[in-house]
Design a binder for this molecule. Structure first.
Ligand code: ASP
Length: 313
């Protein structure tokens, strides 16, 4: 039988975290750096789709660019825990077969999204955490770094400012968000989603947020949509945000926009949480709602036609 023709619409959407991101608190130079890095991530991920590559691979390429940049709270540039460490989480899901992989609380894996992919494709498990996940990554030939690689002085200063406050809810919005994520639709009609984060500044006791949890921070299903979330993780876990967007599409037949709006703009703030999602359906319709002041985000549907945004308006 012939393979699926490479003719469907291709689309890639990214986020680089939601929070109190306003023109007043971002310098023009910093703004330029963010826009450039978001554009790099879009272009690189899109190149994979354009050459007929798979959506999971495009997601990984785009996320790695942001993980390797200290601008974002993922990989290099991750926030610090209360005991001055960087504990990273990531997950990925393939909408064509509902395979998924995740790692949580890792400290030595340079690109946690690679490890999530390895868990998905080379193990029988969905989520590995801590030292076990690191050993698995080493055994599967992933790049291992010293925990010091993740040190970033801006993030460290943020921790010092917050030390003494017990509750992560005391952390300023701009300091608790910055996760990265990507959703993609490839020319074979397959959706994928991935998310990577350092979590929330000053997190304690091995706290894990929504980002590595399939259904909370990441979900993809060819039946409906691909979703990646960013925001106050505890609320995203309790609302099962990414899966809820899918469920509203599958069971209530909502469009991707109405489904995502209903979860992010209604249910989430009603419970007291905040953040945003990117969501993309199989026809290439996508949406990027958030209930914070800003969200680093962008999309690309045609070569040279990507758009990146930071603020609400
Ligand atoms: N959702 C992430 C977490 O709670 C944080 C973020 O998106 O910035 O770990």
């Amino acid at each position: 039988m012939a393979e699926h023709a490479n003719s469907g619409p291709i689309t890639l959407v990214i986020h680089g975290g939601a929070g109190t991101i306003t023109r007043a608190n971002l310098s023009p130079e910093r703004e330029k750096e963010y826009l450039k890095k978001l554009q790099d991530a879009l272009d690189s991920g899109f190149a994979v789709l354009e050459s007929g590559g798979k959506s999971v691979d495009a997601v990984i390429v785009a996320i790695k660019i942001m993980e390797n940049s200290p601008l974002f709270n993922a990989g290099k540039g991750s926030v610090f825990t209360n005991d001055e460490r960087n504990e990273l989480d990531a997950s990925i899901m393939d909408g064509s077969n509902l395979m998924a992989g995740a790692v949580a609380g890792v400290t030595t894996i340079k690109n946690p999204i690679d490890a999530a992919y390895a868990v998905m494709t080379q193990s029988k498990h969905v989520m590995l955490f801590g030292r076990g996940a690191e050993v698995f990554a080493e055994e599967h030939g992933l790049e291992i770094v010293s925990p010091a690689y993740f040190f970033d002085s801006t993030r460290y200063k943020q921790l010092l400012q917050l030390k003494g406050k017990d509750n992560i809810s005391d952390v300023g919005d701009d300091k608790k968000f910055g996760t990265v994520g990507c959703v993609a639709l490839d020319s074979h009609g397959n959706l994928a989603a991935g998310t990577s984060t350092g979590g929330m500044t000053n997190k304690k006791y091995g706290r894990v947020g929504d980002s590595p949890i399939i259904g909370a921070g990441t979900y993809a299903n060819n039946l409906t949509c691909a979703v990646s979330a960013t925001g106050w993780g505890e609320y995203f876990i309790r609302l099962n945000v990414a899966h809820d967007v899918h469920a509203l599409m599958e069971y209530a037949h909502l469009s991707v926009r109405d489904a995502a709006d209903s979860v992010v703009l209604k249910k989430l703030p009603r419970l007291g949480g905040d953040g945003g999602v990117i969501a993309l359906d199989r026809q290439g319709n996508f949406t990027m709602p958030f209930c914070t002041e800003g969200m680093y985000r962008g999309y690309i549907t045609k070569k040279g036609d990507g758009k990146v945004f930071i603020y609400k308006n």
